[in-house]
Write a protein that binds this ligand. Structure first.
Ligand code: MRU
Length: 364
């Protein structure tokens, strides 16, 4: 059976395409997630009926990708509010504090998660209300707003970035920065979608992205459905392909960007940036401005998530390493700004020095 994640109809935002298989959906009494651990073999949904279930889905990567995590956190908080029985504001606030803390503990690197928590807290604080039902509705509206905004932002990133893609390009991407990693459409893949929709023809090389294979499983799935020509390679092949002239542009997403442009993204991104630099190939990052962390002056302070060793020692449920061997499994690395040609955002393309172009963006 072939699945198309997008249908060619117009949605109510006037955006070109809407997801047939939605990454995440607010269902009023639960949050429905496409379980990304099962893709592409199985299209299976998870119904999260309370905030701990949403937190668990983020932790175990049923939903992943920085913007999608932000949306999930917002919906998880709105869901927690819905489930509070008491009408006493002090109990409501206490429980809200607790759920924000729970969400903040799920994954440490993607700043969109903390950004979404702050947005939800701000929404609550703007409404100095004793009316608990009113607060619940306010949180629900804010979560849906974050979801819709993300969709729009991704389309804008696509429109802004498509100018960087030319006919005949051979693009390398890493991990999954597609519709599955966002509310829909994608950041890096959004740029490719927009360029393709405009009639540009190019080829995408997809790093498999060990250990969890977000490239081989998820990015490849999205590109196949879009009929954008794609070739999966193992992570250790990129350098040789560059040497052979098979890649002329690298395009990735981001999990957190410091004020100077240093960018955290899936482990392996830094290596690609070094290789691209050596081969004089432009290295682009696509991300919403919510991925910028205004509190960090450089990438040195970006917290890097370390995940369970089993992700490395096992493949498809089977151990591939000898028992007793040590494992190191950082989920992200940081690419220094000097290796990045440009950062594509919904507000425009940022060029170096990023500190300056970011400042300009804010004053616009
Ligand atoms: O561990 P993951 O799968 O959540 O990592 C995802 C990435 O590194 C993506 O490239 C990033 O979040 C950008 S998604 C638009």
């Amino acid at each position: 059976m072939s699945y198309s994640p997008y249908s060619l109809s117009f949605d109510f935002f006037g955006l070109r395409r809407i997801m047939k298989f939605k990454t995440i959906e607010w269902k009023g009494d639960h949050v429905r997630l496409l379980d990304q651990r099962k893709l592409p073999q199985e299209i299976r949904y998870l119904e999260c009926r309370d905030a701990p279930a949403v937190a668990k889905a983020i932790r175990n990567m049923a939903i992943r990708g920085a913007p999608a995590i932000g949306v999930a956190v917002a919906m998880g908080i709105a869901l927690a509010a819905r489930k509070i029985r008491s009408n006493r504001p002090e109990i409501f606030w206490k429980k809200m504090e607790k759920v924000c803390h729970l969400m903040g503990e799920t994954r440490p690197t993607a700043v969109n998660l903390f950004w979404a928590i702050e947005r939800m807290k701000r929404a609550l604080n703007q409404l100095h209300s004793e009316d608990v039902e009113g607060l619940k509705s306010k949180l629900e509206r804010e979560a849906l707003r974050i979801y819709r905004e993300d969709l729009k932002i991704n389309h804008k990133i696509g429109e802004n970035g498509k100018i960087l893609i030319q006919d005949g390009d051979r693009v390398l991407t890493h991990c999954n920065a597609g519709g599955l990693a966002t509310a829909g459409y994608g950041t890096a893949l959004g740029v490719l979608r927009a360029a393709w929709a405009e009639g540009k023809r190019f080829h995408v090389y997809v790093d498999e992205t060990r250990p969890l294979l977000q490239g081989a499983r998820l990015t490849a799935w999205e590109l196949v459905q879009e009929k954008i020509p794609a070739t999966v390679i193992t992570d250790n092949m990129a350098g040789w392909l560059m040497e052979k002239g098979k890649i002329n542009l690298v395009l990735v997403g981001a999990d957190r960007i410091a004020r100077n442009g240093d960018t955290a993204n899936k482990i392996g991104t830094y290596g690609l940036a070094v290789l691209a630099n050596w081969h004089q190939i432009p290295f682009y990052v696509a991300a919403p401005t919510s991925t910028f962390d205004p509190n960090l002056s450089s990438g040195n302070d970006i917290p890097i998530e370390e995940r369970a060793g089993e992700e490395v020692t096992h493949m498809g449920g089977r151990r591939v390493t000898p028992g007793g061997v040590k494992v190191f499994n950082p989920a992200f690395d940081v690419t220094p700004h000097s290796l990045i040609e440009a950062i594509i955002t919904e507000k425009g393309i940022l060029r170096k020095p990023f500190i300056k172009s970011l400042r300009k963006l804010k004053t616009k």
